[in-house]
Design a protein around this ligand. Structure first.
Ligand code: XCC
Ligand code: SF4
Length: 630
């Protein structure tokens, strides 16, 4: 293993500055410019004190106008806004999960979508009490898909997946009346509660926010993750690369962006097809390179080792390289800016989902039935576009890092099997990890998740926090754009063990892992929920007792707030680097940072000073250790 040289945020910023010069040459807009136009942001919006849920408003709360026209106070307004924000995120993740269930329903032995992990399907079927004996695997897949789809609208009962949680956690949820029922019901109920003239009591609004979040994490997202694994394979450790340098100037570059692996899997499949590679060559390229942005990138990186071109705030950069033949998107986190930006270059901006249609794009509608032919059409379109490249605009920053990714819960348990002195059989459990934590070799774990946000220097918080955590023997599991920040910097290179404290370094060597473990996309935070649930069961401790915290230092989306709610509701203290528009209400602040602890044994900390944020996390982990006497 070679010496590690991390890529610094300064180096990434210099590369971006160089790309923006190309942008200026062709008259392109960029988020860096648009941020200036939007600054300063509206103070009412920032504090969450503006209400426009009825047409008597909009009402804005000020010292002189403490109530809206209906009489709602600031706490009710901030609370309703928070709940709606959560519901937006829960709906989005869960609808993604639903799409995956529909894809599974259409899986066929000779079709575009197959069952790649039948063992996992059978395992879930047994967990759900579905008969598996003597059943054709595709019949089982369809039955399971239909059963899962029923979870979205069933009239009675709570989410099936909740049974995966430790009993103590399930009881907390039950007692607090936040067990999610049908997934769609929690979203609809949230919108109902936040309608004019319904709830304006912060306590009730926060309770429903946790419930809607749980419907996501222990409902829709879990469907998304688990059935994506069944369809496309459960991730195992594999090597890949990250940052813009993964794009190849000699090849046709196709960038996949968005979230749903149903599209990106098919595009990758065809990009590997010898017939397509020959086609690319006939167009003057040497081959085809697929790379990714955002979570769909995480999905195909985890399962295929497809390189990651970048994360959320780097999406415009891939076009600015002048070497992107097609940026193919499905749903979520896609800048509408990509349309006009692509028009400044030869790039084809290809939208594929009826849910995410945008101006200035080529819409190639993608659905399960026609997936193969549409994916082929997309790859061919990109190949044919190679000749339209303007060579004088091509500049790909020579910047990439090696990364080992693919740490699904299953892979993690398997990988850590070797790291134990235990005399008893700990195979297939989290006990080796528990031993490392109890002995103090590892002090604890942090789940680093979430986006980039121009309010925070992009990637800086992710990378600096992770560096400090691993130096303090705290292992990091990461997902989403946070994972990509780590990979771009080099923190997912196994050589990054040299940045760790002695204990974590030893574990990295023994288990042959990097200190920051890529657990997947944002729906895959459900993997982290399974991990803490198993840690709790295997250790006999409650989840809230484990020296584990969650952190989203640069988050921006509604989905991230939904995630925050289910991570807190699962018993994990969660640290945010950006305020979720609740600063305007002392009562909402009190409920989120303290009140919820009475229900779920965890709460939020909002800290916009990154240095303080990391110290607070380390302190919390040490407090938990002290409480356990370890
Ligand atoms: Fe989107 Fe999932 Fe955030 Fe990244 S981390 S900006 S939500 S892609 Ni999900
Ligand atoms: Fe104003 Fe009340 Fe209508 Fe909101 S619901 S816009 S506070 S009148």
């Amino acid at each position: 293993m070679g010496d590690l040289k991390l890529t610094t945020v300064e180096e990434m910023e210099a590369a971006t500055a160089r790309l923006l010069e190309t942008g200026a040459k062709v008259g392109a807009d960029a988020w860096q410019l648009r941020v200036k136009n939007q600054t300063p942001h509206c103070k009412f919006g920032e504090q969450g004190v503006c209400c426009r849920i009825c047409a008597m408003g909009p009402c804005r709360i000020t010292p002189k106008a403490p109530r809206g026209i209906c009489g709602c106070d600031v706490h009710g307004i901030v609370g309703r806004n928070y709940l709606k924000f959560t519901a937006g995120g829960a709906a989005t993740h869960s609808d993604h999960g639903r799409e995956i269930c529909h894809t599974l329903y259409e899986a066929k032995p000779d079709g575009a979508y197959k069952v790649k992990d039948p063992e996992k399907l059978i395992r879930i079927a047994k967990e759900w009490g579905v008969e598996t004996e003597g059943k054709d695997i595709y019949d089982l897949a369809h039955e399971m898909a239909e059963t899962a789809l029923m979870e979205y609208g069933k009239p009675f009962g709570v989410q099936r997946w909740l049974k995966r949680a430790p009993e103590h956690t399930q009881k907390l949820w039950h007692d607090a009346e936040i067990e999610p029922r049908a997934i769609d019901r929690e979203v609809a109920t949230s919108l109902h509660m936040a309608h004019m003239g319904c709830s304006s009591l912060p306590e009730a609004l926060v309770r429903q926010s946790l419930r809607a979040g749980l419907a996501d994490g222990w409902g829709g997202s879990m469907c998304g993750t688990e059935f994506s694994d069944v369809l496309f394979g459960t991730p195992k450790p594999l090597d890949t690369e990250a940052n813009l340098g993964v794009m190849n100037a000699d090849n046709v570059n196709i960038v996949v962006h968005g979230h749903d692996p149903s599209l990106s899997e098919m595009v990758c499949e065809y990009a590997d097809d010898p017939e397509m590679i020959a086609y690319a060559k006939s167009m003057g390229a040497k081959g085809i390179t697929v790379s990714g942005v955002c979570c769909t990138s995480n999905e195909v990186a985890m399962r295929r080792g497809v390189p990651m071109a970048g994360n959320f705030l780097q999406q415009e950069n891939v076009v600015l390289t002048g070497a992107c033949e097609a940026i193919v998107v499905d749903v979520q986190c896609i800048f509408p800016a990509l349309g006009p930006l692509s028009k400044c270059f030869h790039t084809k901006f290809i939208t594929t989902s009826p849910i995410a249609q945008m101006p200035d794009s080529d819409y190639i509608r993608f659905d399960v039935g026609t997936a193969a032919e549409k994916a082929k059409q997309i790859v061919m379109t990109a190949c044919e576009n190679f000749k339209n490249r303007k060579p004088d605009l091509v500049y790909i920053p020579d910047m990439k890092q090696k990364a080992t990714v693919g740490y699904s819960f299953e892979a993690l348990v398997k990988t850590l099997d070797g790291v134990t002195n235990s005399q008893v059989d700990v195979t297939g459990t989290t006990k080796p990890l528990i031993e490392c934590i109890t002995s103090g070799v590892i002090r604890g774990a942090v789940a680093m998740v979430g986006c980039n946000n121009p309010k925070i220097r992009p990637d800086y918080a992710h990378i600096e926090l992770m560096k400090k955590l691993i130096a303090n023997d705290i292992v990091v599991v990461a997902s989403g754009c946070s994972a990509q920040a780590a990979a771009k910097a080099g923190l997912m290179d196994k050589a990054a063990k040299d940045l760790c404290g002695a204990g974590l370094k030893r574990v990295c060597e023994l288990a042959d892992i990097p200190p920051v473990l890529h657990m997947g996309s944002c729906v895959d935070i459900s993997r982290m929920m399974i991990l803490v649930a198993e840690l709790s069961k295997d250790s006999g401790l409650n989840i809230s007792q484990l020296p584990v915290v969650g952190c989203a230092p640069e988050w921006m989306s509604e989905k991230a707030v939904s995630i925050g709610n289910y991570v807190v509701a699962t018993g994990i203290d969660t640290f945010l680097g950006v305020d979720p528009y609740v600063a305007g209400s002392s009562e909402m602040g009190q409920w989120l940072t303290e009140g919820v602890r009475d229900w779920v044994e965890a709460a939020y900390t909002v800290e916009t000073d990154i240095e303080k944020l990391v110290d607070k996390m380390i302190d919390r982990i040490e407090e938990k250790r002290t409480a356990l006497g370890i």
